[in-house]
Design a protein around this ligand. Structure first.
Ligand SMILES: *Cc1c(COP(=O)(O)O)cnc(C)c1O
Length: 288
């Protein structure tokens, strides 16, 4: 079955759902068990191995939404960010990070990375030249966030992917603000897509979660670290997140329309000094 040919809302609603064979219920049953019989020595199910039935089901949905081979769900967006970065960076490595980043990510880098001997540079802007200027012999990863939180700067995904290919680097994006509804970075050549599912995926301000999607090879590498760091998500929250994501397509469409209407309105209010919204032609990155 080719998941890419399905409509977005069908993926949101149905991909990865679990069948209730016992009672024929309409939604995925919730399996809260932390222990499972070993049906096969290679499959040891355990919540911290990210492979309970509900975890696996939701990962399929997220992978399909991001046009990725594989995905993992985490206990928070920051667990997804930190585990992804540390899976590809070790002592003596260097990472180039976009200047305009979510505050929590900025704190992770500034407060923790030197303890691990990881070198880092923040760019002076967010076009490809600003990233290229910071690349060194030991650079391994380029990390971007677009649209960025909170000022919605827009980075050119194709230009960053081309730059990374030229230098043999891994690219990671925090795609939280776009959500998979507005932007699928893998289609533009970005390697690893990260989300805080606390925001648009959850959508009801009652879930804290994170997600990462990429190739099976990259996700295996991230999984090895994820298992050791232990940032997995409770199955109950996984189940709530699956419930929430069924409506993500129509929610985000409405949010896009409302945000643009508000931006246009605020742009006309004399007391408002500046409106930051990439949908407005006056936004610095509107063309991208
Ligand atoms: C909120 C947020 C995060 C962190 O997510 P948590 O779920 O709070 O850990 C990371 N990136 C962006 C862009 C965010 O908005």
């Amino acid at each position: 079955m080719n998941l890419k040919i399905k409509g977005l809302n069908t993926i949101c609603t149905h991909v990865g759902e679990l069948e209730d064979k016992q009672h024929k219920g309409a939604v995925s049953p919730l399996y809260m068990s932390t222990s499972y019989a070993y049906e096969d020595v290679d499959v040891k199910r355990y919540p911290r191995y990210f492979n309970t039935p509900n975890q696996e089901g939701l990962c399929k949905k997220i992978a399909a939404l991001e046009h990725a081979e594989s995905a993992l769900i985490f206990g928070s967006g920051m667990a997804a960010v930190s585990t992804s970065l540390l899976a590809f960076l070790g002592a003596g490595d260097h990472v180039v990070l976009q200047q305009t980043l979510y505050g929590g990510t900025y704190n992770l880098i500034n407060e923790e990375f030197s303890k691990y001997g990881i070198e880092y540079s923040f760019t002076s802007g967010w076009n490809a030249d600003a990233f290229e200027a910071e690349i060194k012999a030991n650079t391994k990863v380029i990390y971007i966030e677009t649209p960025s939180n909170p000022l919605l700067t827009i980075t050119d995904l194709e230009a960053i992917a081309a730059l990374a290919k030229k230098h043999g680097l891994i690219t990671m994006i925090d795609n939280t603000f776009a959500s998979p509804v507005n932007q699928n970075p893998i289609d533009f050549g970005i390697d690893i897509v990260i989300h805080s599912a606390t925001k648009y995926m959850g959508g009801h301000s009652d879930i804290c979660a994170g997600a990462v999607a990429s190739t099976t090879e990259n996700m295996d590498r991230i999984f090895q670290l994820a298992k050791n760091f232990g940032g997995s998500l409770s199955d109950y929250t996984v189940w709530l997140l699956e419930r929430s994501m069924k409506t993500m397509g129509i929610r985000v469409k409405a949010q896009n329309e409302n945000a643009l209407a508000m931006a246009i309105f605020l742009d006309g209010v004399e007391e408002v000094e500046k409106v930051y919204y990439p949908g407005l032609p006056t936004h610095i990155d509107h063309d991208i």
